[in-house]
Design a protein around this ligand. Sequence first.
Ligand SMILES: *Cc1c(COP(=O)(O)O)cnc(C)c1O
Length: 442
Amino acid sequence: MELNKQSDWVARSLRSVWHPCTQMQHHETIPLIPVSRGKGAWLYDHEGRRYLDAISSWWVNLFGHANPRINAALKDQLDTLEHAMLAGFTHEPVIELSEKLSALTGHVLGHSFYASDGASAVEIALKMSFHSWRNNGHADKQEFVCLKGSYHGETIGALAVTDVALFKDAYGPLLRASQTVMSPDARAAAEGETAQDVARRAAADVERLFIERGDKIAAIIIEPLVQCATGMAMHDPLYLQLVRALCDQHNVHLILDEIAVGCGRTGTFFACEQAGVWPDFLCLSKGISGGYLPLSLVMTRDEIYQAFYSNDVTRGFLHSHSYTGNPLACRAALATLQIFEEDDILNANRVKAARLTQALQPLAQHQQVRNFRQRGMIWAFDAIDAPKDFSRRFFATATEHELLMRPIGSTVYMMPPYILSDEEIDGLAANTLAVFNKVMAG
Ligand SMILES: *Cc1c(COP(=O)(O)O)cnc(C)c1O
């Protein structure tokens, strides 16, 4: 009985669970790994093997699995209030979280609207932008602009501002058209061009579009500094400054999707801080609850909030989700923010990042690697002439080296939790090199 446990879980899962972002037939050859428990940066399977969670379980788990401080906060919250509806009622965790987040923006983004997942936060920002223009007498501003290679989630509205063919093409007929502008991806630099030159070129593309049809455009949505899901495409903060100015000049809202890049991932708490600009809408999710519970939110400027404030019901933002502002999720987020403060995480991460970048030098200088790049707690590089099925083979080989990693196409990346010890950092670098060499050798 005991001996078969692992394979029993696999068989039962494949019989009843439809796994996300997966061609299920691939599990005939690729292992499915049943996780029995997690501790710190590690996940453990039923046979006692362990896996270093180098991608924070799809970028959510900031402070490791079974974090003692988040666990304690949740146990306390569980015995106090597990849930209450947020229409007509309010509660301490959602108030405190909204106040703390507002303070982190210097109160520029004064109100937070809550949902449960990232795609819903994007839907909310799009709807709010359109509706606030309408309330202000600009009902003709109905279009949205996104970047080449953008990813903002996979519900119908969010997919419309996503530019990843693999996720989008099959559903094309269902989607509202959006305008796509050049990505400021620094890898697009021509001979002799800097990342800032690329940023200027990409901003000029935005300007061209705004001049042509700015009066029809409600908002441009951008994932600041790193376009993660398209393969960790990094750009210069200058791009955000230029686009912010263009938005002001042409009366277009700026939506920043910080679902992946927020919460310290790029080195500052909000990525946009590195450009010294604030958006009109800022979307957060993923890491905000420490990877514990589904939580997302949209922060807005007071002008946006005021555009809905009226004695007329239909001028209000009537959007809702059942679990809006769930107290347990908000409490997990508060515990997460407290760890940032208590452990001075942003500074501690600088030290960890320097060590991992150093340890990854054999890969940075590897003959089969190009575009080694890093920002904050994100590392990525592209395999040159990657063999067929590189991503899936890398994932499978990594599991044999105690690693959880899922390359995006031929881009290998790391987004580890912020709690790695020096030993774990060095092990991560050494094992990644070993896995890369094995996969490239075929
Ligand atoms: C993950 C992600 C989303 C979607 O969030 P879900 O919770 O998966 O719906 C949106 N935007 C970005 C930038 C993301 O990384």
